[in-house]
Design a binder for this molecule. Sequence first.
Ligand code: C2E
Ligand code: SIN
Ligand code: SIN
Ligand code: FE
Ligand code: FE
Length: 666
Amino acid sequence: MEITLWGVRGSMASTALDTSFYGGNTACIELCSNAGTRVFFDAGTGLREAGNLLPDSGECYLFITHAHVDHIIGLWFFKPLHSPRWTTHLYLPDWLSYLPDYFFAGGVFPVAFDTLKGSIIQHRIRANEEVCIGADKMRVTAVPTCHPDGCLGYRVDVDAARFFYSGDHEIMANEASRAAAAEMLRDTDIAVVDATYDHNDYKEGWGHSAWEDWVAVSCGTGARNLILTHHEVGRSDQELDRVAQELHVSAIPDGPGVYLARENMHFSPDGPIPSAHLESDWMLRFLDELSQYKDESVTLDRILAMARTITNADAGTIFLVDNDELVFAYTHNDSLFSVSDAHKSAYSTSRLPITEESIAGYVACTGEALNLDDVRKLPPDAPYRFNDEFDKKTGYRTKSMLSVPFLDLEGRISGVLQVINRLTLGAPRQTAPFTLNMVYTVRLLAREAGGVVMHNALYRKNVYNILKMARVHDPSETGPHAERVGAVAAELYQRWVGKSGLPPEKIRYEKSRIRLAAMLHDVGKVGISDLILKKPGKLTDEEFAVMCRHTEIGASILAGDTSDISRLAHDIALHHHQQWDGRGYPAIDGKTLAGEDIPLGARLVAIADVFDALVSTRHYKKPWRMEDALEFIEKKAGEHFDPHLAACMRELADMLHLIYQRFPDL
Ligand code: C2E
Ligand code: SIN
Ligand code: SIN
Ligand code: FE
Ligand code: FE
């Protein structure tokens, strides 16, 4: 189930400048079930916009809580009531039979209800009655609430989740009302409730509640997300923001997540869903999260995921500028492959020239954002053309496409962020153009995230510089070898930990550290004489003993710096030749490590490093076939290698091929 808040203001609409942040439209909430049953609760002014964004035809349900004007005025301009291609099931509390004829014509509106073009099926609903609607047999129960002239709240059970909407409701009218309110919240995943007031301006007997009372009542009810709405008409954004801060401070540990309703907010039973229309809610938090990842592929994955979430886009690609070409740096496509397979695209080798002839190239050349409603209907004089090769190859159908430039901290264009096929909410999902609001928000996201991407690039450059130092010594080995060992260790980590139930943010964080730290495993080779390092044949025992010192030398190079990644890099450099059964080197205070005492990073790199040495050409050996190298890893599981990690290596076979294509030996 997904909830959208179309109107959150109480009593009457308020379109003042200082109410535009939380929104000025009156009560309207949409619920869309997973199967696509679409239900609106209340017909405040928010209903008009909700109706405008609906597809051309369809069926919907509309439940009215009571007839105070701020809850019904949107009926006048609700598209489905005027469209012959729409069917609306209108549920009115049973005492409101007079309403349609009175509210259309009857001296308040020029058009009579029975002349409306939409197909409208009227139902009356009584207090405590339960109705079953839609193909998924959604259960809607009317719950009487305490309000002058009467009011029905609604409880919905669908998709194994529970929703409750109070309509207008004074919970502190009496003890019975307070107890009833707690019952209304019981086990709800999402509850949207009337919190017009706070304790300072509470007006007894007006039929509304103060937010403090809802927070108190919600305790111990098992409610998961409590959304406070029907904001007092005179309440400014600043005043509501202060309430939001108080909510934050007064949060109760086992209580629900409490949110002040903002127009256009979306919720799932797991909480708020970020949206382009609400940038301030998520942008800061997202950038905070992003700045902890050091590896570019993890960062790009997150940026693309966020750009798609806030635009509800089915697919997307990030291109990065590399000399005079654009590299396909990251791709998501929900229709073609799962997000868990998307990290393969980090090793893509596809490229596009930076010319105005392609859409992404045009954006990279000009720095302009391009918002195309349909890539197959481009203006005839546009310099760019849509390249439909990908669609032809995969059967995918690209339609709407928004492409914005990625800027680095110095304002240079460093890439292009492209989101494809915005989908409408509910079912069936249709492709829609991206809104102007989305254009601005995605540009802002790309601009802010571009700084993080540049920061990652600087970090990576540091790693390269350290490697280059080692490469002066042995140019054939260290560069692509380091890249491959980093990538294989990181992907092996993800494959292994994916089964552990660790939270995804933690996995992303670890993965991004491992990739960079693993690249530095052999920096200690800088301290080994060329005579040994480049010896064509087998090493003597003495020579090998010298060679073994590259672990300690590497560790001492990386020891000084206490940053997170350097510490991990230190452990990896020192222990990557330790073996699971306690053999290997170096011995520290006369002892080698064994089993899980060997740091995880070093156990991962032991596998990635040997695998890479086997399939590569060395001064002292010929390359092995990948299959033989995989067999070798399996054979040595539990002996040289951590058996749990070694068991995941074969599952990585597809990925290994991509990584070896992406980073071939020079
Ligand atoms: P490296 O070339 O990066 O190899 C890393 C590890 O891969 C080796 O660690 C070893 O465990 C495994 N490995 C590499 N080639 C083979 C192989 O042909 N067969 C098998 N079964 N395993 C292999 P190790 O042995 O501790 O060696 C560390 C480093 O010492 C190697 O790094 C390489 O730079 C050097 N090295 C080792 N043996 C020789 C050699 O015979 N001649 C020369 N010139 N260098 C060697
Ligand atoms: C309403 O009940 O929603 C409108 C009148 C009021 O604010 O009391
Ligand atoms: C592509 O997907 O081939 C690039 C699309 C574009 O022209 O930007
Ligand atoms: Fe090594
Ligand atoms: Fe190595």
